[in-house]
Design a binder for this molecule. Structure first.
Ligand code: CMC
Length: 437
């Protein structure tokens, strides 16, 4: 990280100018190191929504939003999604390099031998209402892991960090499937460790004690790709939440639970559910014939309607994950003989109109990964309410890799943003009897 250049900040209120080092990373915009700003001037910076603020230094994931580029540890997402399975990607994100064959076998075996959750966890699941949103259940279960593994609180022990990582990767699919089975009143299906990571998850979702589930390789590959495409995405809202929560030194399971809670929102991980519901709603109201009318609503600022699955804070050209997901979508629909699926056709029509419409072109709004991932998941038989849980399952590796990077960073400090206070200045308390009105 070079710091050759400097930025000078001058003030019109008489405060003397100050110089700040400019830090240059391996790629991406330079960063002005303003950590001494308050000490030297008594002023804070103001950047709600982190529009111009790098909250940390990281070596894990790189995004160039203008180029539509996404790299995990330097490797393009297109190549990872084509040549690697999700467990290779997990290894890469956490350890920094792709595994050799023997490292992969050992890692796979370790992960797959930690897939069972403590038997008592099923009582936690049973404590929830059956109609609870599975993301509410998953938030509780993930945080609850801290109760089963208190040693995880030794956050500075490399051994405990690695054990927590393995436990999270291994048990998240089991917990997601448990939340689903409970919601539909079916018994939990125990993990089958001889299956692949994705096939095991699908088996826990779809098998029953009375009916065997035969994983279809095309669908398993699609599931695996969904995991890879969602594995990490640099300092997004849920990852920043994990870092901020974890910065207090709490258990990694608690920090990841905070990430799950953040991901649930419709502007983040909940968008795939919102997108599919939007498509189903348009379909119910008349399908293709209603697309024009819907687009008018989307463009009307007063309607509060957004085209879900479109737009991204960082990607202003295209979302490379959306291209890969569209490819997978076609493969899955073909495999299942659903090429004429009306929802898919509707999505294609909306995409075409949006890409040619001035409103979207001017604002650089392109389909994001959620635009197609909902259609794929629906074709795989996953109910809409479970979509965000699948995203959480996949993003767990990103969260845990970023958590580990943070707590092993020599510059690591508890996160503590400051504020621009706009409330009352100091005023006395009037005793209740003397308050008017
Ligand atoms: N439909 C219609 N208009 C939109 C949309 C959309 N989906 N997204 C942005 N705009 C407009 C917005 O109204 C604004 O217009 P104007 O400049 O005239 O006021 C302009 O585009 C910029 O929008 P913004 O809200 O300032 O952009 P942002 O960077 O804060 O928001 C976003 C990014 C993803 C929250 C937003 O695009 C959105 O709400 N999209 C729909 C939800 C969605 O698909 N989310 C999934 C994100 S990808 C998954 C992930 O990585 O988490």
């Amino acid at each position: 990280m070079s710091t050759q250049h400097k930025a000078t900040m001058s003030f019109s209120d008489g405060t003397p100018s100050v110089e700040f080092p400019i830090m240059t990373g391996t790629m991406g915009p330079d960063v002005i190191d303003i950590r001494k700003l308050y000490g030297q001037t008594g002023k804070f910076t103001y950047d709600t929504g982190f529009l111009s603020t790098a909250s940390c230094a990281s070596t894990i994931t790189y995004i160039d939003g203008d180029k539509g580029q996404l790299l995990y540890r330097g490797h393009p997402i297109e190549q990872l999604a084509t040549h690697c399975d999700f467990l290779e990607v997990c290894y890469l994100l956490y350890y920094g390099e792709l595994p050799t064959q023997s490292q992969y076998e050992e890692f796979r075996s370790t992960v797959m031998h930690h897939t069972m959750v403590h038997e008592a966890m099923q009582f936690s699941v049973r404590g929830f209402r059956r109609d609870a949103h599975p993301m509410a259940v998953l938030t509780g279960l993930t945080g609850g892991m801290a109760a089963f593994y208190p040693d995880s609180l030794e956050i500075n022990s490399p051994e405990q960090q690695d054990i927590s990582f393995i436990r999270l990767i291994a048990k998240m699919p089991t917990m997601v499937a448990m939340a689903y089975k409970y919601s539909i009143g079916q018994p939990y299906v125990y993990p089958k460790n001889d299956l692949s990571y994705a096939a095991n998850f699908m088996n826990m979702m779809f098998a029953t004690p009375c009916e065997k589930y035969e994983p279809n390789p095309v669908l398993v590959r699609a599931m695996d790709r969904i995991f890879t495409l969602h594995a990490d995405h640099e300092q997004n809202a849920s990852t920043s939440t994990v870092r901020l929560c974890g910065s207090s030194g709490t258990s990694p399971f608690s920090a990841i639970a905070a990430g799950v809670a953040c991901l649930w929102g419709p502007a983040h991980g909940g968008a795939n559910q919102a997108c599919l519901e939007m498509l189903e709603d348009i379909q119910a109201k008349g399908g293709l014939a209603k697309v024009g009318e819907y687009m008018e609503q989307v463009k009307d600022k007063n309607s509060g309607v957004r085209l879900m699955g479109f737009g991204h804070r960082v990607y202003k050209n295209f979302d490379p994950r959306a291209k890969l997901m569209q490819e997978t979508c076609k493969e899955v629909l073909q495999e299942l003989g659903l090429e004429d699926d009306p929802i898919f056709k509707l999505a294609m029509a909306l995409e075409k109109i949006a890409l040619e419409d001035d409103y979207f072109v001017q604002r650089k709004l392109y389909p994001n990964v959620d635009f197609y991932s909902g259609i794929v998941q629906r074709a795989l038989g996953i109910p809409v309410e479970m979509f965000t849980c699948i995203f959480a399952l996949a993003r767990t590796i990103g969260w845990v890799a970023q958590w580990k990077e943070m707590i092993t960073d020599p510059e690591y400090k508890i996160g503590r943003p400051r504020q621009l206070y706009l409330g009352s200045t100091e005023r006395p308390v009037t005793p209740m009897a003397q308050r008017k009105g």
